[in-house]
Design a protein. Structure first.
Length: 115
């Protein structure tokens, strides 16, 4: 498995940096965001290091793992009334950590447009 030793999310995956993990399997780790933007804000990352979704486009196991984890976590968090999934890509897309990650936001009414 490829990881970047300098990457914040790789360090979380490897338990080098503590986080409040809410879900983990062989492909992904999901943890509470340290600066939540909604009552429920979970970050879901693949254990394999991909800089962004473009780099991961042919890795269906990891992409499916992210989405399946998001659905499981949303159910576990009782987000029956709805939730939002966000993948920021690149500087202009608002990506601040260069490791593919998905934000699961819920617990309030989401507005549109988001940005």
């Amino acid at each position: 498995m490829h990881q970047d030793p300098e990457c914040l999310f790789c360090k979380i995956v490897n338990k080098e940096i503590p986080s409040e993990v809410v879900f983990e399997d062989d492909k992904v780790v999901a943890f509470k965001d340290i600066d939540p933007q909604a009552p429920v804000h979970i970050v879901i990352v693949p254990k394999e290091h991909f800089n962004n979704i473009i780099e991961a486009q042919d890795n269906n196991d990891y992409l499916n793992g992210l989405l399946n984890a998001a659905v499981k976590v949303a159910k576990d968090q009782n987000l029956d009334d709805g939730f939002r999934l966000v993948i920021n890509t690149g500087k202009e897309g608002g990506q601040t950590v260069e490791h593919l990650h998905l934000h699961l936001l819920g617990g309030r009414n989401m507005q549109w447009p988001p940005g």
